[in-house]
Design a protein around this ligand. Structure first.
Ligand code: HEC
Length: 225
């Protein structure tokens, strides 16, 4: 080994080069992003500087409570291997034409997330704006049926069923209020006298899905009229 110093120099430069390229430049470009309001206003002191207008809600919102627990389920169940959470620009693919979201996602959309689940593959649709596409009680019911068995609402789907997140129970006098309501004559419904109840994991997961929304403008990514 007569070229040991050269070898170390080589290793040092390879590491330093990738550190600068991957960590430092991204940090310089994106590290200072903060939450903002939908519209910026000129500052009182210096009108050439745009600042956050007081009192407006800050975006991106922070996900809390049940939705935050649901995110852990989303991670542990591996939903990310088939679903992305990033909407591409209108001139860069058909995401917006498909109705996956009203605008492209930008780096700032992710700054409040402890783990960013951009995804790597799109076996299924993008979910970045799922909560905007399936809203309210109807959206909740649809998602529970779909998770229990995608075939119920999406015939021919290749998504696996997650029926283990649901409990089959004998009906005790009356059907429970949170029991899944199957479409009439669905062959996936429970036997006579039984009902399907979401477990806490399923409830949290669906709340997380419904909380995924890109329904606000950012100064660098405005929802077109
Ligand atoms: C093997 C790949 C695969 C995995 C794993 C998977 N999905 Fe899917 N998913 C799909 C496919 C394909 C579709 C489109 C067909 C359909 O609607 O079922 C889909 C559709 C969806 C939809 C409806 C989207 C829409 O725009 O209508 C939701 C919501 C969803 N998946 C959530 C999940 C969640 C939550 C998990 C994890 C528990 C998961 N998926 C895991 C493949 C997958």
């Amino acid at each position: 080994m007569k070229n040991l110093p050269l070898l170390f120099c080589g290793i040092f430069f390879a590491l330093a080069f990738s550190f600068v390229g991957l960590v430092l430049t991204s940090h310089i470009q994106l590290g200072s992003l903060t939450r903002t309001t939908e519209t910026l206003v000129p500052s009182d002191d210096d009108p050439s500087i745009m600042v956050v207008s007081e009192g407006d809600p800050l975006y991106p919102p922070k996900s809390v409570g049940l939705a935050q627990q649901g995110k852990q389920e989303y991670i542990s169940l591996g939903c990310m291997y088939c679903h992305s959470q990033q909407i591409r620009r209108a001139d860069f693919g058909a995401d917006i034409d498909r109705g996956w979201g009203p605008r492209q996602t930008v780096a700032r959309d992710y700054i409040m997330q402890d783990r960013v689940l951009l995804g790597t593959m799109r076996t299924g649709p993008d979910l970045a704006h799922l909560g905007g596409r399936y809203a309210g009680d109807a959206g909740r019911d649809w998602n529970h049926l779909h998770l229990y068995n995608p075939q119920i609402v999406s015939k021919g789907s290749t998504m696996p069923p997650f029926a283990f997140l649901y409990e089959t129970r004998k009906i005790d006098r009356e059907v429970s209020t949170d029991a899944l309501v199957f479409p009439p004559e669905s062959r996936y419904g429970p036997e006579e006298g039984y009902e399907i109840i979401p477990t806490r994991r399923a409830v949290a997961l669906v709340e997380y899905l419904l909380s995924l929304k890109i329904n606000y403008s950012l100064p660098e990514a405005i929802i077109p009229e």
